[in-house]
Design a protein around this ligand. Structure first.
Ligand SMILES: [Zn+2]
Length: 507
């Protein structure tokens, strides 16, 4: 999955502490994060902050904020303990107020409002406790101990000033309570880092501190991986494969130029909630049980999927949150199926198995003919229904690729048509449904625009890609599949006899 609203614009450079030289326009939030350990297990992160803010121009009191709930991680604000805030006049006291709860586990916040005017600098210290074992499941945003260190997301433990007008945040680690050789790493880089903009931009980051194991790709690759605890699989071998996947993605999808910095975080946990794979900008986290066995091919698909989000990105203009999953998830599933084949990372059998499993899941889904809006209503309540736009989008993009090739007599493909749109998006130009429909109209005519609406938005028609959609080595076969409601008409792609393997990967 991917947290669309949390995407970063791009990689942000590191700045050593010695380079902190404020100009008059800079209002910095400086932070030190210190993981605290007891008997070899991290229990909390102690945070020291100094706010060189400006008087709030909204006339409201100085205010701090932390999530009450953050993407199904409950109690973040409640775990902020030993809060001490002061300025030149001494301690500052606060009243607290919670936003109205947002259903479905989506974020909402607590606000600490100062009971008097403050003068800068304001210093803040608190201890953020780790998320307890047995908390509700969901993406790995809560901070949790494993392997003698701690990991999660910045949003899972930070209390931040919200109206002090800070223009950058400078973060460094204090690892004095961690084992020798420990590292502090985030989405923003290894060790100390700087993030331009409002304080809450720091929240868009995975964090990991402690005796993490590491993998760095050889040569000029910008791929790095870190993990805490011992997963049930060979993590080093898995990261070698994922480094190759990074090269395949940055070669096949050159709209991000130069190829981005990318960091993979993994944590193997002793206790639930175990989490799963979730991508933020320039990074993903895979959180799991240290003992549950993992199917190697399922793992590879997860690694490729989460990393692909960096390249597939999103589209603007859906009418409500997540109803454009057909694009950001559908395109991600499409690339995750096709590019490892082309890059030599799946066998032909693995490719066929993945393609056919996804097709079968779509044709047998109870939501195959539901509108995008109706699917969003179900949210995290039913995983089969939630994933239907992923699969519908995948088959739609395969169908679209075949039709673009046919209409252009092999001159253009889905990827070659997408490329200039994604380059423009990369430059900050708006990429929305209108841009998408213009492309369809130009390539395939008005009928394709109507079909996009019917299949992906209204769900009124089931998508059936043509026989050749998955390459010259596979042919479509109509089959009867078993859905919960009874037998349904579906399609599978079988190996065509007499075509050499060498022709199957690229066409
Ligand atoms: Zn995803």
């Amino acid at each position: 999955m991917r947290m669309k609203s949390l995407l970063l614009a791009g990689a942000i450079g590191l700045l050593a502490q010695s380079a902190w030289a404020d100009t008059p326009e800079v209002h910095a939030l400086r932070m030190v994060w210190k993981p605290l350990s007891s008997n070899g297990e991290v229990t909390a992160i102690e945070v020291q902050q100094q706010v060189d803010g400006v008087a709030a121009n909204d006339g409201k009191p100085f205010s701090l904020t932390a999530p009450v709930t953050y993407v199904n991680v409950t109690g973040v604000a409640d775990r902020i303990t030993r809060l001490d805030v002061r300025d030149a006049s001494g301690p500052i006291s606060f009243t607290t107020e919670d936003d109205k709860p947002v259903p479905g586990g989506f974020p909402y916040y607590r606000h600490w409002r100062a009971t008097r005017a403050v003068s800068y600098p304001v210093t803040i210290s608190y201890t953020a406790l780790v998320q307890p074992a047995g908390s509700p499941g969901g993406p790995a945003f809560g901070i949790r101990p494993s392997g003698g260190g701690v990991s999660g997301s910045a949003a899972g433990f930070l209390l931040l000033p919200e109206n002090a007008g800070t223009t950058q945040s400078n973060v460094s680690w204090d690892l004095s309570n961690m084992p020798a050789g420990s590292v502090g790493v985030t989405t923003f880089g290894d060790g100390a880092f700087e993030v331009k903009g409002a304080a809450n931009r720091v929240n868009q980051s995975w964090i990991m501190a402690g005796p993490a194991q590491q993998y760095a790709a050889k040569g000029a690759s910008h791929f790095h991986a870190y993990w805490l605890g011992t997963p049930s699989f060979d993590a080093e071998a898995a990261m070698q494969w994922t480094a190759k996947a990074y090269t395949v993605l940055s070669t096949a999808l050159p709209h991000i130029d130069p190829a981005p910095d990318y960091r993979v975080f993994m944590r193997a946990l002793d206790t639930p909630p175990y989490g799963g794979g979730t991508a933020l900008g320039n990074s993903f986290m895979l959180s799991m049980s240290k003992s549950a066995p993992k199917d190697p091919q399922d793992l590879r698909i997860t690694f490729f999927h989460e990393m692909t989000h960096q390249w597939s990105g999103g589209i603007d203009g859906g009418t409500r949150i997540n109803d454009s999953a057909w694009f950001h998830e559908g395109l991600t599933v499409y690339f995750t199926t096709m590019l490892p084949l082309e890059g030599g990372l799946y066998t032909l059998d693995e490719y066929a198995a993945l393609l056919n499993r996804q097709a079968a899941d779509y044709y047998t889904s109870p939501a195959r003919d539901w509108s995008a809006a109706r699917i969003v209503e179900v949210g995290f309540g039913d995983e089969r229904i939630r994933h239907t736009p992923y699969l519908r989008g995948f088959l739609y993009f395969a169908d679209l690729d075949a039709r673009i090739r046919k209409a252009s007599k092999g001159k253009r493909t889905l990827r070659s048509v997408l490329h200039p749109l994604l380059v423009a998006r990369q430059k900050g130009e708006r990429f929305d449904y209108a841009v998408w429909k213009d492309m369809l109209r130009k390539e395939l005519g008005e009928e394709a625009v109507a079909e996009f609406q019917t299949i992906l938005v209204d769900g009124a028609k089931v998508v059936v890609p043509p026989s050749e959609a998955f390459g010259p080595c596979f042919v479509r076969q109509a089959v009867e599949l078993k859905a919960d409601s009874g037998p349904v008409q579906g399609y599978q792609w079988g190996r065509k006899k007499g075509v050499a393997d060498a022709k199957c990967r690229k066409w």
